[in-house]
Design a protein around this ligand. Structure first.
Ligand code: KGT
Length: 327
């Protein structure tokens, strides 16, 4: 019964996580894979698993300092055996005042992205670079772009954030991302060694229809949600929304988060998470730990068995059903 076995293993892993340092995560992961193979009495049980890492960091208004942090984390993830490292939204820069991020925005073939492509090649790891400040069509606008770079340093695809954060946060400040950002309009999936990746960024998380499209129209297996959630909204909604997306799409969800204080005015809710398609948290970095990685093994067989046993893809209603049933 590989289905039950995998679920048990996931629960076991979640309970036994330690948050003291990233290396502790690595140890508990290796143990899980080994114990599953032992319990099953089969040495090839781990064949469908691929290791991934998700980072947490506190980006500041210093491109070089953020790159140094990302380099260290990429090397740590590669040493832990991860094939993909997911970095949070605004990994390369978070400005101290309005307008800073538009000033540093560059095209995808500019020096900043080239540096991250070299990092992927030198570390031999795929990178999910969520929330890159890509230069827009004029000097006043950027695109909030999620870039997937493969382990040879080539850009495989890019997704531009569709839903922009124009929100009056209760008890917080007013955000108007659309004042300096061009919204994307295309849904993007990318084939990778860890399965079919479904791309999104931060505030997109609140729009389940995007993830329904990624899973049911574009066959995503692993949803990526790099973010810089606000302290207030993150505490209230972050983990619940992520687990809901994993459960309702039967996908893994990898959510790399900014954490801590970036400057006097801005603080993010950390809690980087990796969630399996049953909704179990299999990797976590607590909010108080500002920089590090967590790793988990993506089990493609678990995705298949969750989907086979609870066949929601076949049980969904076509859009016409809702039209004809409405009053
Ligand atoms: O501007 C930057 O530097 C990077 N971009 C962001 O931080 C974006 C837009 S301001 N933040 C969010 O989408 C937060 C969403 C959120 O917190 C929620 O949905 O509750």
């Amino acid at each position: 019964m590989p289905f039950c076995l995998s679920l048990n293993c996931s629960r076991f892993t979640a309970r036994n996580q330690t948050h003291l340092c990233p290396i502790a995560h690595v140890r508990s992961r290796s143990f899980t894979v080994k114990s599953r193979a032992t319990i099953a009495g089969k040495s090839d049980m781990a064949a469908s698993t691929v290791r991934v890492a998700a980072a947490q960091m506190t980006s500041v208004n210093d491109l070089a300092a953020n790159f140094a942090t990302c380099s260290r984390l990429a090397k740590e993830a590669a040493a832990a055996g991860a094939k993909l490292l997911c970095l949070p939204e605004s990994f390369s820069f978070i400005g101290a005042k309005d307008g800073d991020s538009v000033k540093v925005a560059e095209p995808l073939d500019g020096p900043i992205m080239q540096q991250y492509c070299s990092l992927a090649r030198e570390s031999g790891i795929w990178l999910s670079l969520g929330g890159f400040q890509e230069k827009g069509c004029d000097d006043e606008h950027l695109r909030n772009t999620h870039v997937i770079v493969d382990d040879s340093g080539s850009i495989r695809d890019t997704y531009r954030k569709i839903f922009l954060f124009d929100v009056d946060v209760p008890g917080g400040r007013v955000y108007k991302e659309s004042s300096f950002t061009e919204a994307g309009k295309d849904i993007v999936t990318v084939d990778s060694p860890v399965g079919c990746l479904g791309l999104s960024v931060c505030y997109d998380l609140r729009f389940p229809e995007l993830y329904q499209q990624l899973r049911f129209q574009h066959e995503a297996q692993v949803l990526l949600v790099p973010a810089a959630f606000t302290k207030i909204t993150g505490q209230a909604h972050w983990e619940i929304l992520l687990r809901a997306r994993a459960i309702e799409t039967q996908c893994y969800v990898i959510a790399a988060a900014q954490a801590g204080k970036h400057n006097d005015k801005r603080e993010s809710h950390g809690e980087t998470l990796i969630i399996d398609p049953w909704g179990t948290v299999v990797g976590r970095l607590p909010d108080r730990l500002s920089t590090g990685i967590t790793v988990a093994d993506i089990d493609l067989a678990l995705i298949d068995s969750v989907r086979a046993k609870m066949p929601i893809a076949q049980q969904r209603k076509p859009i016409d059903f809702w039209k004809s049933s409405s009053v």
